[in-house]
Ligand binder design. Structure first.
Ligand SMILES: *[C@@H]1O[C@H](CO)[C@@H](O)[C@H](O)[C@H]1NC(C)=O
Ligand SMILES: *[C@@H]1O[C@H](CO)[C@@H](O)[C@H](O)[C@H]1NC(C)=O
Length: 426
């Protein structure tokens, strides 16, 4: 059969149109799928919501990859997430390149010391920094944490020591805590401070998130330790995690689904830190471990009663959630839930009276807002001077996203403000 060239050309054109339509349709579907995956409803007052959605989608993707690799038995989920973090952080350009670095051991613990250039024999101020990441994640010598330490060293003309403690799942509590305490004690030795020309009267400890937990615990330990003569002058706690007895504080209830630190993720970090069974996540987030039949109510009332420790406007209509009957045995299996070295909010008032002056940063859209707020209030009641800087548009982790390529405005403000506070008080 002879084909009519005109008809053939028409058919070709039709096929072409069809293909274009198909491609257009697929692209549209993909775009909808991507938007659907990225889009999450966010509170109106949060900082730069679309940017946060993209960040959150990326993070969720990485966590999901970790879960898949984990369930296939390829690798522990934490290693997968950490290697993604390391790969990403390696791309971040190094800032403040004039700062000199030295990677050494303090009493067997890996630390990096940042020193501003120029030695005129003058004693400098100093900050010991403990990074966050749920006691499991984070690369202190790379990317955002490296940039943050360099910025502190440059802006404050201070010696900054960052602690590269070992992490879960390789080690569990109390190893992370012990390593930070050992590094701190070693650094506070007069001969070590002298080696780095640090003024012993002007040393602060600082940490974010799980690093804020470790910094608060280190401050309690060194504050009450009568074998060290040099003490920290200040502590800076950036959205610290301080307790695991109540996963239904007003902020946990309000923000349980706000990125990037979802309540279930925080509960998982706790279980991993304390070396416990991750299947307990659901029991924890409904407070089954601290149900009324566990005889903990007096402890909870004296240490973490947010209905009295928080300002009224933050409590809103939230009510405490302690089931009548819970899961007996969780506290017996995980005694560290009641250990103030793991949960510094559980410390006695007599310990709190001995800790240094504090700066505590909290964010409205953070499950850990009330951990920080309750600690601020308890320190104040114990007679410690506290500055609680609260960010109405703050979300958990914002300080780590103040750098390339994210540049969240609330993160940049938060970093600037706490460094300014250190500059004025250290
Ligand atoms: C030092 O601390 C220990 C244990 O905390 C305590 O038993 C001891 O009495 C303290 N010593 C002084 C001189 O305060
Ligand atoms: C919480 O405790 C109740 C009472 O013991 C139990 O029936 C329930 O299964 C527990 N829930 C979880 C998730 O552990």
């Amino acid at each position: 059969m002879l084909s009519n060239p005109l008809i053939a050309a028409e058919r070709k054109e039709e096929r072409h149109h069809f293909m274009m339509k198909l491609l257009g349709g697929i692209t549209l579907l993909l775009a909808i799928a991507v938007a659907f995956y990225i889009y999450i409803p966010l509170p109106r007052t949060i900082s730069e919501p679309w940017k946060l959605m993209v960040l959150d989608a990326t993070f969720r993707g990485v966590v999901m990859m970790g879960d898949v690799a984990h369930s296939l038995g390829l690798s522990h989920r934490v290693y997968v997430i950490n290697s993604a973090i390391v790969n990403f952080e390696s791309l971040v350009p190094i800032t403040n390149q004039k700062i000199q670095i030295e990677d050494i051991l303090f009493d067997g613990v890996h630390v990096r010391v940042y020193q501003p250039p120029g030695k005129d024999g003058k004693l400098r101020r100093s900050v010991m920094f403990i990074h966050g990441g749920g006691w499991a994640l984070g690369a202190p010598k790379l990317g955002s944490y490296d940039s943050l330490c360099r910025q502190m060293a440059a802006d404050l003309d201070a010696v900054v020591v960052t602690v590269d403690y070992r992490k879960a799942p390789d080690v569990h509590f109390p190893v992370q805590y012990d390593e930070c305490v050992r590094a701190a004690k070693q650094f506070l030795r007069p001969e070590v401070l002298e080696k780095y020309s640090v003024d012993p009267e002007r040393v602060a400890v600082c940490g974010d998130s799980a690093g804020g937990n470790l910094a608060a615990a280190v401050a309690q330990r060194t504050g009450t330790d009568n074998t060290t003569t040099v003490k920290f002058k200040l502590q800076v706690l950036v959205y610290p995690v301080l307790q695991a007895l109540d996963f239904n504080t007003a902020s946990y209830q309000q923000n349980h689904n706000v990125p990037i630190l979802y309540r279930r993720l925080m509960a998982r970090f706790w279980l991993e830190y304390l070396g416990a069974d991750l299947d307990l996540v659901h029991s924890l987030i409904i407070n089954n471990h601290t149900a009324q039949d566990q005889n903990l109510m007096s402890l909870i009332h004296s240490k973490l009663d947010w209905t009295t420790l928080l300002p009224k406007q933050l409590i809103k209509n939230y009510k405490p959630v302690f089931p009548v009957i819970g899961s007996p045995g969780i506290l017996k299996d995980i005694p560290a839930l009641l250990d103030a070295r793991a949960a510094p909010l559980l410390a006695e008032d007599k310990v709190l009276r001995m800790v240094p002056r504090a700066y505590i940063m909290t964010g409205e859209h953070d499950v850990l807002r009330d951990d920080g707020m309750m600690y601020a209030r308890r320190l104040e009641l114990a007679g410690v001077s506290v500055t609680n800087e609260h960010y109405e548009d703050g979300f958990h982790g914002c300080v780590s996203f103040a750098f390339w390529p994210c540049y969240f405005s609330v993160g940049i403000r938060a970093v600037h403000n706490y460094i300014t506070w250190l500059d004025e008080h250290l």
